[in-house]
Design a protein around this ligand. Structure first.
Ligand SMILES: Cc1cc2nc3c(=O)[nH]c(=O)nc-3n(C[C@H](O)[C@H](O)[C@H](O)COP(=O)(O)O)c2cc1C
Length: 354
């Protein structure tokens, strides 16, 4: 048989092998369509997983708190909840700053986890998103609400993007183009009381390919004080998660009744990492909080080492013990300790653990 460009005879087993040839425009277009369909199906699957727990609860990103050890504890109580990492700087990620241990986190074993990035450089934001997607994040969240001056005013990131919708759109587009996982934004009502244009920003996000958004019911000017106030969910093309002052099941139901597609819990997790599990019905409040504190301390020491881990645990010790008799003295003693074994001894003593 004469060999032509498309087939050649395999003399051993008589099979026609099709050599690798450049694909024509029609085939390329078909491949592109099939790829788009696969990516779309994959994204829909991830999004359905995120909103899968029946209360549709998300753990908020909290810088300095929702690190890998904290998320491990949260996950034990709420196996199906969706969580977001602390915000990570795109510069720090792309430059792989070695002193920032979370730059090297692996998310593959963390279930539904979104990794949050912040920055004002659309190219670097796309590159940072790639790194996090490769590390196993299930979606990328873009911070568009951080009010801290270092982020929002000096770097032009976080809440600043509520004032610069053009840049916000460019960043979202760049991130969406860079990864094959869903992208979301987390924002606030607006810059201040007289500039509350979150609906416009979310429409831009949707147009630029974001799959969903979280709205914190405060303005940048409010910081974290005052009450979070969310109106009825407006008509928007993507799902919206409500955030701000959500502390219990009644609060979750309140925002569900306003029409929101999910609820994100922030500070209510401090000192009670079981709260999401309790709301979702996957756990009760632990009988002895001291056991949770001990486990959390071990995880922190494993992750950061004893020297950094013991001081880092102090704030958690204060939250775990808040409102308990003699908690003020307990806190004073905790703040003086630098040795992990001594700290464990003190925790056991305070919570009467043998
Ligand atoms: C200590 C602290 C750190 C925070 N870090 C982040 C962060 O890294 N990224 C982010 O988008 N929001 C961050 N936030 C905002 C929270 O995610 C949340 O939007 C806010 O606390 C309102 O929710 P809450 O009233 O349930 O606490 C932080 C808030 C606090 C108090």
């Amino acid at each position: 048989m004469p060999q032509n460009r498309r087939t050649k005879q395999n003399s051993d087993n008589n099979i026609n092998i099709i050599p690798h040839l450049p694909r024509g425009p029609a085939t390329q277009a078909r491949d592109k369509k099939a790829n788009k369909f696969l990516i779309f199906s994959f994204m829909s699957y991830i999004i359905s997983q995120m909103f899968d727990n029946d209360k549709k609860i998300f753990a908020a990103p909290l810088a300095g708190i929702t690190d890998k050890p904290f998320r491990t504890i949260l996950r034990e109580f709420a196996p199906y909840a969706s969580m977001v990492t602390e915000m990570i700087s795109c510069h720090s990620l792309v430059e792989q700053h070695k002193n920032c241990i979370r730059n090297f986190d692996n998310y593959a074993d963390e279930g539904n986890i979104g990794a949050q990035i912040f920055g004002a450089d659309s190219y670097l934001m796309g590159e940072a998103a790639k790194i996090l997607a490769d590390a196993g994040a299930k979606w990328i969240d873009i911070n568009m609400g951080c009010p801290v001056p270092k982020v929002a005013t000096r770097s032009g990131a976080g809440a600043h993007l509520m004032r610069d919708h053009k840049l916000a759109g460019e960043i979202i587009q760049s991130v969406v183009k860079s990864v094959k996982i869903p992208v979301s934004i987390k924002t606030r009502l607006g810059w201040d009381e007289s500039h509350q244009d979150w609906i416009d920003l979310i429409r831009i996000a949707a147009d630029c390919g974001a799959s969903f958004a979280t709205i914190h019911g405060r303005t940048r000017a409010q910081g974290y004080s005052g009450q979070s106030t969310l109106p009825n969910k407006p008509d928007l093309p993507i799902p919206i998660i409500a955030n701000g002052d959500i502390k219990n099941l009644a609060d979750v139901e309140r925002v569900q009744n306003l029409g929101y597609d999910g609820a994100m819990i922030g500070r209510a997790m401090l000192g009670q990492p079981w709260i999401i599990g309790q709301i979702c019905g996957t756990c009760d409040k632990p009988e002895n909080i001291g056991n949770v504190a001990l486990k959390h301390l071990d995880l922190i020491i494993n992750y950061y080492g004893e020297k950094s881990g013991v001081p880092m645990f102090r704030k958690h010790a204060a939250w775990y013990s808040a409102g308990m008799p003699n908690s003020a003295q307990f806190r004073i003693r905790v703040n003086q300790i630098t040795d992990a074994e001594q700290l464990k001894y003190l925790i056991k003593e305070f919570w009467s653990i043998n």
